[in-house]
Design a protein around this ligand. Structure first.
Ligand code: SER
Length: 634
């Protein structure tokens, strides 16, 4: 079965049971500044799980794009990916355990409408209770599961293991239903009940595992049990009975009990094919061929270490495609940094595979095609994805070669440890990422005193921050008249750039003195003089219009909806300052989020008899251009 068939069957199944199918939310959370990525299906639905009414009703199902940055280091085994789709069905205060568990079991085992899995390969877990938070054992789920298995002719014995450690000691004991404690069978975005912050919903859950029947590997524990990581069992779904919320330090029942089911689409596809390697499905196939062709290595014939390199690239490039298509560009902060890390890591793994030419853009491009039907926005951004990856690859290949050479020098004649100073120098002189040095050291069994490295980094950051603080807010050197005029011109110029280069242009940095403005913005190629002339004209026209600069304070969400231009929205308060430059007959030249200061009217600039001129356009860093501009008299 392909990923698409599994997704379709699941959604159809739940549609038949009265669920409305809702689209996936964006990978970058829209109204949630607390987290960089959407990492579970329930995340965009939190307000509804807490009681808000959903416009589509009380039974919902979807396939949600997710990204788990915390799993980056685990990529390389046969079951983890950073980006994945999570199939989900929700009851918003409607049905509960009695309906949920039979439905999901039916979906998994039914040959015609579901996945047709052999029930004998299915094992389940339930919540054994938690003394600390005074939460009871979920006996109701145990009873439901017993009945469901019995209908398939399986006498399902309950075994209580409480912890993974206990599981590793005593093993399966002929069990089918396994009860674990809060660490394994309680779900909230912040984990166990006592870790939940105020206002967070959570509840006991019941996970489903598929048994591949492989030999237990006792480096993972003496004995095997469903939550053992040896590879025999894989978790394929989780029904969370979200019925509690933390208020005033204690747990209260939510007014309505919810169900939150999530199942990894890639994993469900893998088990449908009884194939333990989730990278062997249809969406990875073409990308894998490109890597095999360019490396001259066949995936199925390689050692674990080589297969790991293949998997890292396959995973990271898929995530990269979705991220760039979702509007992220490689940078040194937040989502952009995670993206940069994925690309750089892939470059290194490609290098390890013996691929010396740039191939990642080509690899990533095939994902747009694989997902053309469900997520057309990926293929629509194909050019942008290629450009960003090509730019990053061109730049980082050089860094990698230099960094590797330096690293080898130290590694050859040094002790089993790599000096913190060396790690730091590789970073500051060659831009060689610290986590990469760490990874290389680990591969050779060498160690690094990371505490010492972090101390050095902090010292470095504090120094540069002290420099930055001396600058005026908003990149202004001072609040003088010349500087303020140039600041207003900066807004007009950004609007002009967006008019002529497109809406992917955003501010990436700004520094304004009385003499000139310097402005960094996201764009991946040189801007022609012709376009710069048009932008200049746009700014000068607004200056000659004697247009008022209007300051309004509006709620952040409405500002976003109105398409106000701004970067770093998450850093602004709920009510934001928006500056609009608008001619007297209503032409809006610019509308931008900003802390000021600005001239009150472009007449102030007009009256000086000066006009706006772009003096220089150059590259600033990968995917970022830099403009310098002035106000001058002819
Ligand atoms: N929220 C649960 C999970 O992410 C089930 O969807 O596992």
């Amino acid at each position: 079965m392909t990923i698409f068939e599994v997704r379709e069957r699941y959604l159809n199944f739940f549609k038949k049971h009265g669920h409305k199918i809702i689209p996936s939310s964006s990978l970058i959370p829209e109204n949630d500044p607390t987290t960089l990525f959407t990492s579970s299906g329930m995340q965009p639905l939190v307000p509804y799980l807490l009681g808000e009414e959903h416009p589509k009703g009380v039974r919902l199902a979807n396939s949600q794009m997710c990204f788990r940055a915390e799993d980056v280091d685990e990529i390389g085994d046969n079951r983890h990916t950073t980006f994945f789709e999570m199939l989900g069905n929700w009851s918003l205060g409607d049905y509960f355990k009695k309906e949920q568990l039979p439905w999901v079991f039916e979906f998994l085992t039914n040959k015609d409408e579901g996945l047709g899995l052999d029930p004998a390969r299915i094992y389940v877990t339930v919540f054994s209770g938690d003394k600390e938070s005074d939460m009871p054992t979920d006996t109701e789920s145990v009873d439901i599961w017993k009945k469901l298995f019995l209908e398939k002719g399986i006498d399902a014995k309950l075994v209580t293991l409480d912890t993974e450690k206990h599981g590793g000691e005593v093993g399966m004991q002929g069990g089918r239903i396994f009860a674990y404690g809060a660490k394994k069978n309680w779900w909230s975005r912040s984990g166990m009940p006592n870790n939940m912050p105020e206002g967070e919903p959570g509840g006991p859950d019941s996970e489903i595992f598929y048994d591949f029947g492989t030999e237990h590997n006792n480096s993972f524990g003496e004995k095997c049990h469903p939550n053992c990581d040896c590879g025999r069992f894989i978790e394929i779904g989780n029904s969370v009975f979200m019925q509690y919320v933390k208020r005033n330090g204690t747990f209260s029942e939510l007014p309505k009990k919810n169900v939150d089911f999530g199942g990894g689409l890639e994993r469900l596809t893998a088990v449908s094919n009884n194939e333990p390697d989730i990278f062997l499905n249809n969406v990875f196939r073409d990308a894998l061929h490109i890597l095999e062709y360019n490396s001259g290595k066949k995936y199925s014939e390689q050692s674990e270490a080589v297969i790991r390199s293949f998997r890292i690239i396959l995973d990271h490039m898929r995530a990269t495609s979705f991220m760039i298509a979702g509007g992220i560009t490689p940078s040194n902060t937040e989502q952009g940094y995670v993206l940069r890390r994925l690309i750089r890591r892939s470059i290194r793994e490609a290098d390890k595979l013996g691929i010396k030419e740039a191939v990642l853009a080509e690899v990533s491009a095939v994902y747009g095609k694989s997902y053309a039907k469900e997520y057309p926005f990926v293929s629509e951004s194909e050019n942008k994805i290629r450009e960003e990856i090509t730019a990053e690859e061109a730049k980082f290949r050089k860094t990698l070669t230099q960094g590797l050479r330096e690293f080898e020098k130290y590694a050859k004649h040094s002790t089993p440890d790599i000096d913190a100073e060396v790690v730091f120098r590789l970073y500051t002189s060659y831009g060689f990422p610290i986590e990469l040095t760490e990874e290389m050291a680990r591969e050779r069994g060498m160690s690094i005193d990371m505490e010492a490295v972090h101390a050095k980094m902090k010292e470095h950051r504090d120094k540069s921050r002290a420099g930055a603080e001396q600058k005026f807010k908003g990149g202004l050197a001072d609040g003088g008249k010349e500087t303020t005029m140039l600041h207003t011109c900066t807004h007009l110029m950004l609007a002009g750039l967006r008019k002529y280069l497109g809406k992917d242009v955003h501010q990436a940095g700004s520094n304004i003195t009385a003499e000139r403005l310097r402005f960094d913005f996201t764009h991946h190629e040189k801007v022609s003089r012709e376009i710069l002339d048009n932008v200049e004209k746009y700014v000068n026209e607004a200056i000659e219009e004697d247009a008022p600069v209007i300051l309004e304070q509006i709620p952040k969400e409405s500002a976003k909806d109105e398409g106000v231009e701004g970067s770093f929205w998450e850093k602004y308060p709920d009510v934001v300052n928006v500056y609009t430059i608008k001619s007297n007959d209503g032409v809006v030249y610019s509308k931008e989020l900003c802390g000021g200061p600005h001239v009150e009217n472009t007449k102030m600039i007009h009256d000086t008899g000066k006009h706006f001129k772009i003096t220089k356009e150059s590259s600033s860093s990968a995917g970022v251009r830099r403009i310098k501009a002035v106000l001058i008299k002819d």
